[in-house]
Write a protein that binds this ligand. Sequence first.
Ligand code: PRX
Length: 664
Amino acid sequence: MSASSSAIESVLVENRVFPPPPAFAQAARISGMPAYQALCAEAEADYEGFWARLAREHLDWNKPFSQTLDRSNAPFFQWFADGELNASANCLDRHMGTPVEHKTAIVFEADDGTVTRLSYRELLERVGRFANALKAQGVQKGDRVLIYMPMTVEGVVAMQACARIGATHSVVFGGFSAKAVQERIIDAGAVVVITANYQLRGGKELPLKAIVDDALASGECPSVRRVLVYERTATACAMTPGRDISFDEALAGQSTECAPVAVGAEHPLFILYTSGSTGKPKGVQHSTGGYLLWAKLSMEWTFDLRADDIFWCTADIGWITGHTYVAYGPLAAGATQIVYEGVPTYPDAGRFWQMIERHRCTIFYTAPTAIRSLIKAAEADAAVHPGRSDLSSLRLLGSVGEPINPEAWMWYHRHVGGERCPIVDTFWQTETGGHVITPLPGATPLVPGSCTLPLPGITAAIVDEMGNDIADGTGGILVIKKPWPSMIRNIWNDPERFKKSYFPEELKGYYLAGDGAVRSSDRSYFRITGRIDDVLNVSGHRMGTMEIESALVAKTDLVAEAAVVGRPDDVTGEAICAFVVLKRGRPTGEEAKQLAKELRDWVAREIGPIAKPKEIRFGDNLPKTRSGKIMRRLLRALAKGEAITQDTSTLENPAILEQLAEKN
Ligand code: PRX
């Protein structure tokens, strides 16, 4: 790295901490550590009373709940179960008649830079109209609707409209393949698909509807009755008569008023598919009441949200971060937020910084992978350095999705935050619904690279394989001991997998996060050390190694066997490395290069471009024990380029290691 790296090193050696700036702390909602500790103490003294109080204060209930937590069918915990509410009403209707009604809800910046603004009143009308259109297409409470949309206002409107009529949405990120879309449609039993003709990213038109057509072409998705198509661009796309209908047509003549349908607090607001340690993605099912409480609460606790903030979370609605901190949290909290259609590097890598200046953004929330790639770009070209933009509006920064290395933290702090903005390094997962371990910016002294302490009421701990507590300073398994309102409720269609994945018997009924962690000896701060299962984190996106292996071996004409591991990568955090045995024997030279490309393209078609292996190495075999088990720890060492120092005496074919150490 640059000259600043020696300064960064010394910072690490000094183990500096960054206390909240006094003015920030003074004005904050949770001001100082005693205020944080008081909330923790309240939760400890009366756990259910604590959550009941917050649920009553933060949400509008059509029917109040009488029981806070029902543990009778653990681990299928229920929160506020006999209460009724509507998520969309809590995000929109509740602001009508308040100063928020005419406040800007969304500042939308399109890929080409066009800016549009929508007030809360206008957004409510858009959502109402869309909800009526869904009803006219026969969508009812409890139906599942698959959303495969670009990062646009229409995407948020579609999600809110589903919530308004009690339909359960399942958003699929626009980078997933037809096969991935098809699997999710089938698993969720979706009756309607909402998509767009194209999406615009980095000045390019990329097809979405054509991918949906592919997904439906097999005839394996009989549940789908309608495909609603948003015409994002003027380019026509194929429309199947009787099945497909354009937004214009579907919305024509629909009233902007649609009464929200009150649903039980446990009604599934959405299903979001994420990778696990088997080949099949898991449909993480979230509730309405507990989830929404978290979305609102964490906007106020973690982001210290104020009425005049301009909030920007850069995540796509296809991920959990875009659900909680774009589609629900900011709206429930009455914030003005920026929604951006495109990529951070278009037309150049200064786009984020220019947008912060243009919209006077005050809270900026992004992923370490974006920060790292923008550091690289700024070091290569001063014209895109954040110092070229006026970032004085910022008061708070956030990070999410993967560990942020201290070097990137320091750069973010110095060059984006002007050394004045706290950074909240928020640890959470698709399954947790919202932040669980994170600093509170007006209270928690920050340590670069640490997500610090659990939110009040979150009983995070580090345990050994039997669920026993581990002392600070020693690494172990991250668990959350008590249920909390926004936790995953089930894996759609697979309650057994839910129990096994998240509440294994030996862990005393604790929630198993799937990450390793260590607490510091001095402050008991948490530091996440990475996944302990076969899940990789590539650019903040979760990828199952088994999922990629299944995709590779599905190329039956070519592939005999495949093993996928991760290796550290400066920009993407982890990179995917695949070891492949071909049926035709081990290729070399040009042929190997060409076949590696073919396989990478194949994976992109099977799962999506984000799952493409960065590197593919071919071998005559894989390193296996005599009982036939692939030794992944050896493959991980090979992928990193390390010399094998581990014991290889149990290997059946030690000679293979030398071959696999060679790059193509
Ligand atoms: O490994 C942890 C990592 O991302 C995983 C969850 O991924 P996903 O469900 O896609 O949700 C990402 C957005 C919340 C976790 O198991 N992770 C997430 N945030 C952090 C993190 N690792 C370290 N520090 C974080 N702040």
